[in-house]
Design a protein around this ligand. Structure first.
Ligand code: NAP
Ligand code: GCO
Length: 267
């Protein structure tokens, strides 16, 4: 068998959470083009329908379901429905996520909890729902979408950084607890990616100039550009495939070099 076939996902079923658009949609599309059957969820039916249309337009026959990943009952029902209607999940990408950019002392406990709920509790809930069948099947891949904020802090993102830092450690713990069942759990840590989630950070200023944060990220990134969701597809296919069967508990940063770079000296 040529080594390239180790990257094939033919015959595999992949659940990508929150994948109607954005990073989840790009990763799911890439997994599909590598042979996987794609299942995704979103909170609202209208977004699931929008996602189904987008996948169809990309030539991908996906399965879409409404499910709030923070709701354990809905998640367990979702996994049971997928197993009945599609098959046992081989690959889980915990992608669904939110951010609230509020100075910590202005943030309410409820707002803090909401971010932790989606970005950390939900990956726990969904992983817990799929692992038993992965154990029975004798293999499984879990990919948690972490962040630069799994390693770094910045103003206004305390809840998000706490959640993504926790998600890095949840990744390592799933690796530790289930590696003996041939389950590999790794993270992908995207840098700054141009999606709806970061649109406020890239808005043009009234005078037509770039947003100060946009300029900041360009100066902090050796690649001198924002990432695109498509930049994450190759790493996701690798971590979802047999080519990474001995990679476990790792967070692969796909950041254009931000974490390695002090930043361009102001001119
Ligand atoms: P996005 O454009 O805001 O998309 C997030 C997706 O998650 C949406 O489809 C959203 O659905 C869904 N979602 C949110 N809460 C959910 C819930 N409770 N149940 C089910 N689905 C839910 O974000 P993105 O930029 O694609 O980011 C995707 C992931 O990458 C997130 O985990 C994010 O933290 C992470 N990330 C992003 C960047 C970046 O620069 N963009 C960098 C590093 C990491 P609705 O539209 O219905 O809310
Ligand atoms: C922010 C951004 C970042 C990105 C990403 C970086 O406000 O700093 O939203 O958090 O979303 O997580 O890796």
């Amino acid at each position: 068998m040529s080594y390239v076939e180790n990257f094939s996902l033919k015959g595999k079923i992949a659940l990508v959470t929150g994948a109607s658009y954005g990073i989840g949609f790009a990763i799911a599309s890439g997994l599909a083009k590598s042979g996987a059957t794609i299942v995704f969820n979103d909170i609202k039916q209208e977004l699931v329908d929008k996602g189904l249309d987008a996948y169809k337009e990309a030539g991908i026959e996906a399965y879409g379901y409404v499910c709030d990943v923070t709701n354990e009952e809905q998640v367990n029902e979702l996994v049971a429905k997928i197993e009945k209607e599609v098959g046992v999940i081989d690959i889980l990408v915990n992608n669904a996520g939110i951010i609230k950019r509020i100075p910590m002392c202005d943030m309410t406990a409820a707002e803090f909890r909401q971010v932790i709920d989606v970005d950390l509790n939900a990956p726990f809930i969904v992983s817990k729902a799929v692992i038993p069948s992965m154990i029975k099947k004798g293999h499984g891949k879990i990919i948690n979408i972490c962040s630069m904020m799994s390693e770094l802090g910045r103003e206004t993102v305390s809840a998000y950084a706490a959640a993504k830092g926790g998600l890095k450690m949840l990744t390592r713990n799933i690796c530790s607890e289930y590696g003996e069942h041939n389950i590999q759990c790794n993270g992908i840590g995207p840098g700054y990616i141009a999606t709806p989630q970061t649109a406020p950070l890239r808005e043009k200023q009234p005078d037509g100039s770039r947003h100060p944060f946009d300029q900041f990220i360009i100066a902090k990134t050796p690649a001198a550009r924002w990432g695109t969701p498509e930049d994450l597809v190759g790493p996701a296919v690798f971590l979802a495939s047999d080519a990474s069967n001995f990679v476990n508990g790792h967070v692969l940063y796909v950041d254009g070099g931000i974490l390695a770079y002090i930043g361009k000296q102001p001119q």
